[in-house]
Design a protein around this ligand. Structure first.
Ligand code: 2NE
Length: 272
């Protein structure tokens, strides 16, 4: 499969149902339980970027090939002293950039989880806007068992989702939780039989697609704003500028500048 710029994807599958406004990004390393290596993450970032820029896309499904795993985190066989390394000579934790990208992407990202979502794969589903789980899904952090941890979003977003006590439990004990337990903990939005997973996910996508894209964009920014601090404010502030550019008042400033005249803002109301 080729991406928009003609580059081949090796580790992922990227599809679009353009008429529906739905993109689907699939980690395609089922033999490794969809563990990611740096190449996988680079491809995911390219695909998410394309889906963000594509005006016809309103919602993105993020999933893994097969029914055994959504994602089992970083591929441990690529882990070195500086992070994960594949074709580059140096290691990296570029999955952290992917997490930020998903969090800031102004369209909903829905994690469609069958099987294991563990380790860095668990963090990936947590940074998505919504998680639809199959009844065979298993959730948990494995880091402390394999000499790793994610003290960034992996800790902070988890703590928001399940509360600090449960977050400590998940990290300190590194237990696995089934789909029903995960739903009770607030980790997932709904649990459906495995054979209905895709159907249910598409149903949620279609419901989202019926609603106002700008309202959804602002709601995503708003829900994240307080937790994301300055970056959250920047996102929602950028949305305000985006909306303002579309107004006559915003346009008057630009037009006056280009016409080399003084702007006339007198006709615009000073709202209470
Ligand atoms: C996911 C899990 C529980 C599945 O168990 P099971 O029994 O269904 O499958 P199995 O046999 O363990 O795995 C199938 C094949 O996939 C490989 C396995 O080694 C095995 O290979 P073969 O024996 O067939 O050759 N595989 C699975 N996960 C892998 C991985 N993450 N890296 C490399 N190979 C993997 C079970 O497989 C499991 O516990 N996997 C490890 C989960 C894990 O510890 N992930 C890393 C956490 S750290 C992390 O992701 C991270 C972070 O903490 C901070 C920043 C960035 C990343």
């Amino acid at each position: 499969a080729l991406d928009e710029s003609g580059k081949e994807f090796i580790d992922i599958i990227y599809e679009k149902a353009v008429g529906e406004g739905i993109a689907k990004i699939t980690i395609n390393r089922p033999d490794r339980r969809n563990a990611f290596r740096p190449q996988t993450v680079k491809e995911l970032m390219r695909a998410f970027n394309d889906a963000r820029d594509d005006n016809s896309i309103g919602v993105i499904i993020f999933t893994g090939t097969g029914t055994k795993a959504f994602c089992s985190g970083g591929d441990q066989s690529f882990r070195g002293k500086e992070g994960y390394a594949d074709y580059d000579s140096f290691g990296r934790l570029n999955v952290l950039d992917l997490q930020v990208q998903i969090r800031r992407l102004p369209k909903p990202v829905i994690a469609m989880v069958a099987g294991y979502a563990v380790g860095g794969g668990h963090v990936l589903h947590m940074v998505c806007d919504i998680t639809i789980a199959a009844d065979n899904a298993v959730f948990g952090q494995t880091g402390p068992k394999v000499g790793s941890f994610d003290a960034g979003f992996g800790a902070s977003i988890m703590s928001r989702l399940v509360g600090p006590k449960r977050a400590r439990e998940m990290w300190y004990l590194a237990r696995f939780y089934n789909a029903t337990e995960a739903e009770k903990m607030g980790l997932v939005n709904t649990v459906v039989p495995l054979e209905r997973l895709e159907e249910e996910t598409i149903k949620w996508c279609r419901e989202i697609m019926r609603n106002s894209p700008m309202a959804i964009r602002l709601c995503k920014s708003a829900v994240n704003a307080a937790d994301d601090g300055h970056l959250g404010l920047q996102q929602i502030g950028g949305d305000a500028t985006l909306l303002f550019y579309g107004t006559d008042e915003g346009s008057e400033g630009k037009t006056a500048y280009l016409e080399r005249r003084k702007p006339d803002f007198s006709k615009f109301p000073r709202l209470p």
